[in-house]
Design a protein around this ligand. Structure first.
Ligand SMILES: NC(=O)c1ccc[n+]([C@@H]2O[C@H](COP(=O)([O-])OP(=O)(O)OC[C@H]3O[C@@H](n4cnc5c(N)ncnc54)[C@H](OP(=O)(O)O)[C@@H]3O)[C@@H](O)[C@H]2O)c1
Length: 198
């Protein structure tokens, strides 16, 4: 998710720094992608960005939190994490969510849940026969929502405001439904959600 979104946003003229537990890995990725991207440690990237994208497994959150310290304070934080167990079911759900836990932990940051229900391969192909796939997002912060909408629309998605961050508890199960539809129900990964309006 991080590699593809970073590349797409860099191609749109944004300054991107990839962060890794091993800075050299992020630097190698940046060299590979080009587009003026840079690489650094998790802390370097958290300090660099005005907008941060969290793209790592849920179980790594505590380690990342320790690595970045208060560098996230005041920043807009995009959370695309699904708190999956190895069985594919959710470690949290319905009464709490990864999005809410991150927003609670980083209460000085502006956390927005976004992209969690979009398969990484679709990030570069958000159009289905001329129809844009939806990008659902939720947050308690209006500025974070506006930036999530803008950065989703820039890469071709139709942004849909899904309300406050507590609705992450509904967006995270939606990602599990997507996985069930794609892989268990054999629809394949070329599927996405669309809100219809009359
Ligand atoms: N894959 C998808 O299609 C998709 C779609 C929607 C949402 N998501 C969510 O997006 C997040 C990222 O998924 P992904 O599939 O793109 O990548 P991923 O395979 O989950 O890992 C991304 C990076 O996380 C870092 N990482 C792994 N273990 C870590 C640890 N213990 N501490 C700190 N960092 C660690 C690694 O980077 P370094 O080794 O360089 O540090 C790794 O390259 C997940 O939470 C997933 O649920 C994924």
């Amino acid at each position: 998710m991080g590699t593809t979104l970073g590349k797409l946003w860099a191609q749109n003229g944004h300054e991107i720094m990839f962060g890794s537990r091993e800075a050299v890995r992020a630097q190698a990725l940046a060299a590979d992608i080009g587009e003026g991207t840079q690489g650094g440690s998790l802390k370097d990237s958290a300090e660099f960005g005005e907008v941060l994208l969290l793209s790592f497994p849920w179980y790594a959150f505590t380690d990342v939190e320790r690595a970045v310290g208060n560098a996230v304070d005041g920043k807009i934080v995009f959370d695309c994490i699904n708190p999956l167990k190895s069985s594919g079911s959710l470690a949290l759900g319905h009464k709490w969510s990864a999005g809410e836990e991150i927003a609670r932990t980083w209460h000085r940051a502006k956390v927005v849940k976004v992209f969690n229900h979009i398969y990484w391969q679709l990030l570069e192909q958000p159009e289905f026969d001329g129809v844009q796939a939806d990008a659902y997002y939720c947050s308690n912060d209006d500025q974070a929502k506006a930036v999530a909408a803008q950065l989703s629309a820039e890469i071709g998605f139709n942004p849909v405001d899904c309300g406050p961050i507590k609705h992450a508890r509904y967006l995270e199960p939606l990602a599990v439904l997507w996985m069930q539809l794609a892989f268990t129900m054999h629809n394949g990964p070329e599927i996405a959600f669309k809100l219809l309006r009359r």
